[in-house]
Write a protein of this length. Structure first.
Length: 336
């Protein structure tokens, strides 16, 4: 029961953010202030603190590769399975049907179940996962659906077509300019994300076996401590209940994609990855994580409204807590 207190507290923080907004204490767009603070300051600080205070063996980078693969597969599959859906619904499914909320949700849950040492494999998993959730999924969604970065779908006059109109350049100069623009947008999508940049720096330091000084860990510790609270409060601030049957259907569809993927990836982790049982359990629990907080950010930028994404995150957080608790007791029974 003690292990459930922290994840339940995270859900209560979400509800508190929502209640404060309903009471008028938070404005409809106030979450964007917290959003900027989380992605540009708080989460990077939490990443640095994790690497500074826990030993990260080079061989565990294979877990990062696994995290990248399991975060990459769902948006591709969803894209192929929704070829005849309107572009707005496809974008919502691709952005929210993949990726894992590791830093804000799994860290406290995994440490509650397995101790603080379990944060190390969770963080290594999050390196690969972060490549996708912090930039990759958004870049893939924009490229495959021909969405212009920096504008919402309504600003681009998106209709019910599966993708936005795309005119392929014909002459050589136009093709070269198009390739340059594509490369610029891809690089901006990745390296314009502060958490992604910090994770890449941590990988370089790990490979170079450079230890982060203790004074740096002390400086960023307050940011790490604030990570879960700020992220969950932001989700509550942007959340709204579904306004129509279509919204309910979209949420159920996202859940319908996430749950089978999560169970399949967790099973692959447990039965295939060549690591100790405790490491495999930590990674498997990460595979059961809810929607990444980044999804709300990119949904807001693409659709101009992240309210449904916030509600979806909350629902998947409840489901994840149930699945992670059940999985933990199952793994324990199997001899972890």
């Amino acid at each position: 029961m003690q292990a459930l207190i922290q994840p339940v507290a995270l859900l209560l923080i979400i509800l508190a953010g929502y209640a404060f907004k309903r009471a008028g204490l938070f404005g409809q767009r106030d979450y964007r202030i917290l959003q900027t603070a989380i992605f540009d300051l708080v989460l990077p600080g939490a990443i640095i603190y994790s690497f500074a205070t826990n030993p990260h063996e080079i061989k565990l980078l294979w877990i990062s590769v696994f995290g990248l693969i399991v975060a990459l597969i769902p948006p591709i599959v969803i894209f192929l399975a929704t070829l005849h859906k309107p572009v707005a619904r496809r974008a919502f499914m691709m952005l929210n049907g993949s990726g894992f909320n590791v830093g804000c949700f799994c860290f406290p849950v995994v440490s509650s179940f397995l101790g603080t040492a379990a944060i190390v494999p969770a963080a290594m998993f999050d390196i690969g996962n972060c490549v996708m959730v912090a930039a990759g999924t958004n870049v893939i969604t924009q490229l495959l659906l021909h969405i212009q970065p920096g504008k919402t779908l309504s600003e681009q006059h998106a209709g019910d077509a599966p993708t936005l109109p795309y005119i392929k350049p014909k002459d050589k100069d136009a093709k070269r300019l198009a390739r340059r623009a594509l490369l610029r947008n891809v690089l901006k999508g990745f390296f314009g994300s502060v958490p992604f940049d910090v994770y890449m720096l941590m990988i370089v330091l790990t490979l170079a076996q450079v230890k982060i000084p203790g004074w740096i860990a002390t400086m960023v510790q307050p940011l790490s401590n604030a990570n879960s609270f700020c992220a969950m409060l932001m989700v509550g601030m942007l959340m709204d209940l579904p306004a129509s049957r279509r919204d309910v259907k979209d949420v159920l569809t996202v859940i319908g994609w996430r749950v089978p993927f999560a169970i399949a990836f967790a099973a692959i982790t447990w039965f295939i990855l060549p690591f100790s049982a405790s490491i495999r359990e930590a990674v498997a629990l990460c595979c059961l994580a809810p929607i990444a907080v980044f999804s709300t950010l990119f949904t807001d930028k693409v659709l101009g409204n992240a309210k449904l994404a916030g509600f979806s995150l909350t629902i998947t957080a409840v489901l994840s807590l149930i699945m992670m608790t059940g999985a933990h007791f199952l793994f324990t029974a199997m001899g972890v």
